[in-house]
Design a protein around this ligand. Structure first.
Ligand SMILES: Nc1ncnc2c1ncn2[C@@H]1O[C@H](COP(=O)(O)OP(=O)(O)OP(=O)(O)O)[C@@H](O)[C@H]1O
Length: 247
């Protein structure tokens, strides 16, 4: 039986012109653990997340949350919280106003805004316009927005991006806590040491295809660390290489 909050991707394919961004992907993201979502640039991680969130239409296959396609969820922010790269708050609004507008349009209590500002550690900046925020503060605001509906499922695209060392420690603790509460947590990242510090499980893509779906410890296996294991697995799947190849 599938958990009511699992993310299920079945034979999912997305073609843009002659690019198969996502190519017959099948995997299940389970609750109660942090799943690291890895893959070289252009591997299809963001596209997969957008398809799960109904922001893009699949060429074929399905993506569901708790057994239902995202667009069919009633009050979706109460089910799924998301942070995407491109997600941007209106710069002329304050952080608090941005979250209040989001809460109001999704039928969420205003009191939750103060809670998520605190959870994200940006209470003191809540009255400032978002355009004055640093990248790290914007990330925290995006994470606050993702948490607004207290959702059992979270999809976070590179949440550590722009965070300072204190922020990196904070997000690690937050992800562990969210999974510990039984939530389904999918986190894409290019930071291998970071991913090793917060993930229990890994799903690795290369050129739109599934390269691995395994527990972190099993994936690292006999390798020195996650970075080495990852680089060996993805060496032939990277779309862009830096020109210095191992002999
Ligand atoms: N809207 C689009 N139109 C055309 N091609 C697209 C579009 N979105 C993504 N692609 C292509 O699909 C492929 C997968 O891109 P995607 O952004 O999903 O990869 P990613 O794994 O998230 O990469 P990164 O780690 O660089 O963020 C790439 O080749 C990209 O150029």
């Amino acid at each position: 039986m599938t958990a009511a909050t699992a993310i299920e991707v079945r034979d999912l394919t997305k073609v843009y012109g002659d690019v198969r961004a996502v190519d017959a992907l099948t995997f299940t993201i389970r609750p109660g653990r942090v799943t690291g979502f890895l893959g070289p640039n252009g591997a299809g991680k963001s596209t997969t997340m957008r398809l799960v969130l109904g922001l893009d239409r699949a060429t074929s296959g399905t993506a569901t949350v708790g057994g239902r396609p995202y667009p069919e969820l009633t009050e979706p922010l109460r089910h799924v919280g998301a942070l995407l790269d491109a997600q941007a708050a209106h710069g002329s609004r304050t952080g608090r106003a941005h979250l209040r507008a989001l809460a109001a349009s999704n039928g969420l209590p205003d009191a939750r805004v103060t809670e998520v500002l605190r959870l994200a550690g940006i209470e003191s900046a809540a009255g400032r316009r978002v355009r004055t925020y640093s990248l790290g503060m914007r990330q925290r605001l995006g994470i606050a927005a993702a948490l607004l509906g207290d959702p059992p499922v979270l999809l976070l695209d590179e949440p550590s991006n722009g965070l300072d060392p204190e922020g990196i420690v904070w997000i690690r603790g937050l992800l562990r806590r969210l999974a510990g509460e039984g939530r389904t947590v999918l986190v894409s990242s290019h930071l291998m040491a970071e991913t090793a510090a917060f993930a229990d499980h890994l799903v690795v893509l290369g050129r739109g295809r599934l390269l691995a779906d395994s527990p972190l410890a099993e994936f690292v296996g006999g390798r020195a660390d996650l970075e080495e294991a990852y680089l060996r697995l993805t060496a032939s799947a990277a779309e862009f290489t830096s020109g210095t190849e191992e002999a």
